[in-house]
Design a protein around this ligand. Structure first.
Ligand SMILES: [Zn+2]
Length: 45
């Protein structure tokens, strides 16, 4: 039995920002960055 693509993505674990615990957007989660946009921009200050 094959999983539909929708089911497949739903079963993927969500990535969370280690700084604030916010869920990271899927497109960002594919990158090497571990933190969400907000924490990353804070870091650059
Ligand atoms: Zn964060």
């Amino acid at each position: 039995m094959l999983m539909s693509p929708v089911e497949f993505f739903r079963n993927l674990p969500k990535k969370e920002c280690p700084e604030c615990g916010q869920h990271i957007m899927e497109e960002q989660a594919e990158s090497y960055l571990m933190e969400c946009d907000r924490c990353l921009s804070k870091r650059e200050e």
